[in-house]
Design a protein around this ligand. Structure first.
Ligand SMILES: Cc1cc2nc3c(=O)[nH]c(=O)nc-3n(C[C@H](O)[C@H](O)[C@H](O)COP(=O)(O)O)c2cc1C
Length: 215
């Protein structure tokens, strides 16, 4: 039974672009067959606590002898990692907050990136290698090549590094920019492009899910 892990992190529960596009992906995923299962984790509605102790970045064998992470935090981390390992594919709603990730999504990354467990370190462990991760990136402004803010997106790169380079997942990114064109006067002229990007993102999300039927 194919399992999709759906992560949303937008703090906007009503008009969020990233939530709308992850929903399109999920609908298309469910449409692949009756046995398609979705595990949903809403990192905003049900936020994870910040990592309780630095030693949790490492498996017990690589921690210092005096490391004493709280047991409930260790149990929670194991649960979050098991949830990831149980997924055949992951879709992540990743809005840009202050040029970076929402802290709720960053907290999830802090739990799941454990060298020697989910990523190679002293052993070549990479259990998620080859599985797809689809990032839905939503950004209020403009970050096109050649624009004034080109290179300011620090939302997607950490996700690509951790999920792609460290965990070995096949990462793809679907981007919607200019989402604030309806509310920021200086972006009003971008409304047409914003609508085009949003329509394209929904289309790409449906196609990306459909493409997983052949995996
Ligand atoms: C706390 C916060 C910080 C934001 N920071 C930025 C930013 O640095 N750059 C930007 O282009 N948009 C920024 N935005 C706008 C969001 O990226 C935009 O509204 C996007 O559509 C959010 O995703 P969502 O529609 O899924 O909620 C910010 C929004 C919030 C709530």
């Amino acid at each position: 039974m194919p399992v999709l892990l759906q992560l949303d992190s937008s703090a906007d529960l009503t008009t969020s672009v990233s939530r709308a596009v992850t929903a399109t992906f999920v609908d298309a995923w469910r449409g692949l067959g009756d046995d398609q299962r979705v595990v949903r984790r809403d990192l905003h509605a049900d936020p994870l606590p910040h990592l309780a102790d630095a030693s949790l970045h490492w498996p017990p064998r690589l921690r210092s002898a005096d490391a004493r992470p709280p047991q409930d935090a260790e149990r929670l981390q194991q649960q979050i990692i098991d949830e990831l390992l149980g997924a055949d594919a992951v879709v992540i709603g990743a809005p840009m907050y202050n040029y970076s990730l929402p802290s709720t999504l960053k907290a999830w990354i802090d739990y799941i990136h454990v060298p020697g467990v989910t990523a190679p370190f002293d052993v070549p462990s990479q259990p998620m290698a080859g599985r797809p991760a689809v990032i839905i990136s939503s950004r209020g402004g403009i970050y096109d090549d050649g624009s004034a803010n080109a290179g300011w997106d620090h939302t997607v790169p950490p996700l690509q590094i951790i999920l792609g380079d460290a965990l070995g997942m096949e990462v793809s990114v679907i981007t919607v920019s200019r989402t604030l064109s309806a509310v920021v006067p200086g972006l009003a002229a971008e409304a047409g492009r914003a609508a085009e990007e949003l329509a394209a993102a929904h289309r790409q999300a449906a196609e990306a899910a459909a493409a997983m039927a052949s995996r």
